[in-house]
Structure formats: structure tokens, C-alpha cells
Design a protein around this ligand. Structure first.
Ligand SMILES: [Zn+2]
Length: 472
């Protein structure tokens, strides 16, 4: 009897296994498709699993009434299995007309989303853009605190969100060699540092400007990204749109980073010398003990200052535009009271320094105007003729240096697209060139010796590379 039941039980088990196998095949056949179907299939699998488990338990039990009960249960189980199998096949046909809609939904769900941190942007704003709510962002911040605080994120670096069936992962590229990995588990957010292997290559390039910075740099073999970095490194000292002259020159030693796949993942300038109108500017990249990397002059002064040299970035496009249109760039005069920057409509306008928006609206001949009252409350800057305001730019809002506050246009009294820019001291427009720029914190005294050694090393590398390129 027991043997017979065993056989019957085995048969039932076999059928169950077959059904489960069918469910598994259905599952693997659709692995690339839909979460919803997976959920249904796994519900089916788990039902089968539980039925199987109960049956196994029953078979182990030796009580007298068990055979009858088992027989009934077996019948029940077989019926259930056949119902479920039918259901699964029905689902398959129904799935076909569900596919297109689900596909789009799922493609959106499974494709990683990427957000680049804007200048003046925060981890919070980036994570919001990726669709996280405030409490989740707080939880992520708390998780990341001991690993890589989210306060320490840098503009230009990316946050990536990847939703999969097993959960949600968020990556932040700390640098070419490591990333922060945040993952949502059942206990909440978990943070870890992940290493990426990276190959570095140092490159030396020098050029003299005869045409435009981008053209001459490119002729010398520099990629646009590194040229843009060069413009950014000296953004506090040189107004590339207005100050650049024929005969200006630069030497740079930079590093290219490649990932495992041989793809260039980044470039960073290690040491740069820029000669502008006979004045020589140095930039040494240095990483402080607190982990912040910045550029310093040879004597350890920060290149950062309270104000950028210009509110629009010099780019390949703006330089081309300037040449094509020969738009006069008006300088400061008693009649003009500002500086005009010719640029294409839509070119981003950056806050010259930290402060609070004191005006954002239409003002007569200025057209769309933004005024910022700076941290030094005697100082304010005005940006006129905008085509539109930057996102979230309203009166009273705090802005960070470099943040986009609006876009070039020709609103108000303007004959062509340009930015009218004013620097005001106690409400009176002055020549921006006469503004004293106070530098940010220098290299701390305790780290100065280390910085000097680093700077000297880079300087001799640069000289050596320059000699070599001279011989070549
Ligand atoms: Zn003007």
C-alpha cells in the first residue's frame, strides 16, 4: 500500500515536475521580456513548489489516514496543475497582444538613466531628476555618508540609475578609477565603493594662437574636451571671448584615462601655462588631504576667485559665431555702462559669483533681465537681453558661481543676439575689468611643502616634454 502510494506519489511528483519544467521553460523563454509575466510565472512556480513540498511532507508521514488524504490531495494537485498549465498557455497567447505596450514600458524601465551634475548642481537635484523622492534621497545620503559623502560630488560627473527586476542601483562616477554604488535592498539603501581599472597616459601639447583657440589647439592635436577644460581652468583669470590675442600661447601636460575596454573615459589637465597678452598664468592640479582636487598657481594660491572672468563660456561655437558675424563687442564706456558678449541665441549665461537673485523679469531696454546681489553685498551683476531664464531662476533664489541663470537672446533694445553684462558697485555700473578679484583659500600651510614638491615635479615634466617636442 505504502509502496503503491509511493508510486502514485512519484507519478504525481513527476507530473508536478513536468509542470514546473514547463513553467521554467516559459520563464526562460521570456527572460528578455516582461516583469509582469515573470511575476505571474514565478507565482505559478511558487504554487507548484509549495504543492510539491506539501506532498513530500505527506509522503514522509506514516499515519494510517494519510493514504486517503494523500490520494485526495494528489487529485487536487493534478487538477491544479492542469488548470495552471492551461492558464499559462492562455497567458502566452494573451501576452502577444500585450507585448507592444509592455515593451515600451519595460524598455523605459530597464534602460539606465544618466544625469550629469550641473555646475552649482547638487546630488539632491540630480537624484530628483532620476525620479527619487525626498525620503529616498535622504536614505541614500545617509548610506553614502561613510563611503563617499554625496556633498562631495562634482559638476560634470554622472549619476546613473539602473532599475532591474532584482532592484534599483545608482552609480556615481567619483573619478576614472572608482565609482560609488548605491543599491536598494530590502533593508534599505546600501553604499559601496567599486574600483574600475584605468590606464593613464600623459600627453604634452603646446600651441600659439593665430586663428582661434579651438582651431589652433585642434591643429596641435588637442581634443575639444581638453581645450574646454583649459578654458575652465583659467575661467577666473582670462576672459577668452574678449582677452585672447594673436600670439598668445599655451603649454599643457594632461592625462588621458582609458577604461578596460580601451575607451577614453576622461582627460584632466595636470599642469598648464597660458600666456595671455604677455602675462603668464600657471595652473597646477593638486589633490588636498580632504580629497578635493583643484588648480593652484605655482605658489599655492587657488585659481578660484569670487567672480568668474566672464558670464559666457568661450566655446568652439561662440568663437566661430564671432568670426562669422563680426559682431562688435562693446566695451565699457560712460555711455554704455556694460560689456556686450556676442553669442548665439540660447548660449548659456553663468552667474559670475555666488549670491541671490534680486531681479528676474522684464526691464525696459534690458528686455529679460537677471540681477544678482552677491555675497559681498556691495556687488551686483546684471545680465540683459535674455531669450529665457534658467530653470528655477526667480527673485530671492540663491545661485552658485557658474550656475546657468539664463540664455542669450535679443529681448529689449538689441539689434542682434548678445548678452549685455554689467558689474555694479553700490548700484553704480563700473568697468568689470577694474573689479578686484579675491582668490579662494590657498593650499593649507600644512600641505604646502607637499604641494611645492608636486608642482616642481610637474614643472620639470612640462619642461622636459617641451624640449622633446622641440627636438621632434
Ligand atoms: Zn550692451
Amino acid at each position: 500500500m505504502c509502496k503503491h502510494l509511493q508510486d502514485l506519489g512519484d507519478k504525481g511528483l513527476q507530473e508536478l515536475m513536468l509542470a514546473q519544467d514547463f513553467a521554467n521553460r516559459t520563464y526562460s523563454a521570456t527572460t528578455q521580456s516582461h516583469a509582469r509575466r515573470r511575476r505571474r510565472t514565478s507565482a505559478l512556480q511558487s504554487t507548484l513548489y509549495h504543492a510539491q513540498q506539501s506532498l513530500r511532507k505527506l509522503l514522509v508521514m506514516k499515519a494510517v489516514y494519510i493514504p486517503i488524504l494523500a490520494g485526495v490531495l494528489l487529485l487536487l494537485a493534478i487538477t491544479t496543475v492542469s488548470i495552471l498549465s492551461v492558464d499559462a498557455s492562455v497567458q502566452l497567447t494573451r501576452e502577444e497582444w500585450l507585448q507592444p505596450e509592455e515593451n515600451t514600458l519595460l524598455n523605459q524601465l530597464n534602460a539606465p538613466q544618466k544625469v550629469i551634475v550641473e555646475v552649482g548642481g547638487s546630488a539632491i537635484s540630480s537624484l530628483k531628476t532620476l525620479g527619487f523622492n525626498f525620503s529616498e534621497i535622504m536614505a541614500m545620503q545617509a548610506a553614502a555618508k561613510e563611503v563617499h559623502p554625496l556633498k562631495r560630488i562634482q559638476a560634470g560627473h554622472a549619476f546613473i540609475r539602473h532599475d532591474t527586476d532584482s532592484g534599483t542601483d545608482v552609480y556615481y562616477e567619483i573619478d576614472a578609477g572608482q565609482k560609488l554604488h548605491l543599491s536598494r535592498t530590502e533593508e534599505g539603501w546600501h553604499a559601496a565603493l567599486e574600483k574600475m581599472s584605468v590606464t593613464r597616459r600623459q600627453v604634452y601639447v603646446e600651441a600659439t594662437i593665430s586663428d582661434s583657440l579651438f582651431v589652433d589647439a585642434s591643429k596641435a592635436g588637442l581634443d575639444d574636451r581638453t581645450t574646454m577644460n583649459l578654458v575652465d581652468v583659467f575661467a577666473w583669470d582670462i576672459d577668452f571671448a574678449r582677452d585672447l590675442r594673436k600670439g598668445d600661447s599655451f603649454q599643457i601636460l594632461y592625462e588621458e584615462q582609458y577604461n578596460d575596454a580601451g575607451k577614453m573615459t576622461g582627460t584632466s589637465i595636470l599642469n598648464a601655462v597660458f600666456v595671455n597678452q604677455g602675462r603668464r598664468y600657471h595652473a597646477i592640479r593638486y589633490r588636498l588631504k580632504n580629497g578635493n582636487t583643484d588648480y593652484y598657481s605655482l605658489n599655492g594660491q587657488s585659481l578660484r576667485k569670487a567672480y568668474l572672468k566672464a558670464p559666457v563660456k568661450y566655446s568652439r561655437i561662440s568663437s566661430r559665431f564671432r568670426l562669422a558675424r563680426k559682431h562688435p563687442i562693446l566695451g565699457y564706456t560712460r555711455a554704455h555702462k556694460g560689456v556686450d558678449y556676442a553669442a548665439r541665441t540660447g548660449t548659456p549665461i553663468h552667474a559670475l559669483g555666488d549670491g541671490r537673485i534680486s531681479f528676474a523679469g522684464w526691464k525696459g531696454g534690458y528686455g529679460r533681465l537677471v540681477e544678482i546681489r552677491h555675497t559681498n553685498r556691495n556687488h551686483s551683476t546684471r545680465y540683459g537681453h535674455m531669450s529665457k531664464f534658467g530653470r528655477g531662476i526667480h527673485k530671492g533664489v540663491r545661485v552658485k558661481q557658474g550656475q546657468i541663470i539664463g540664455y542669450v537672446g535679443m529681448s529689449g533694445l538689441a539689434t542682434g543676439p548678445h548678452l549685455h553684462f554689467e558689474f555694479r558697485v553700490r548700484g553704480r555700473a563700473i568697468n568689470p575689468l577694474h573689479v578686484k578679484h579675491t582668490p579662494a583659500k590657498p593650499v593649507p600651510k600644512a600641505e604646502m611643502a607637499g604641494f611645492k614638491r608636486h608642482a616642481n615635479q610637474l614643472q620639470s615634466n612640462l619642461k622636459l616634454a617641451a624640449q622633446e617636442s622641440g627636438w621632434g
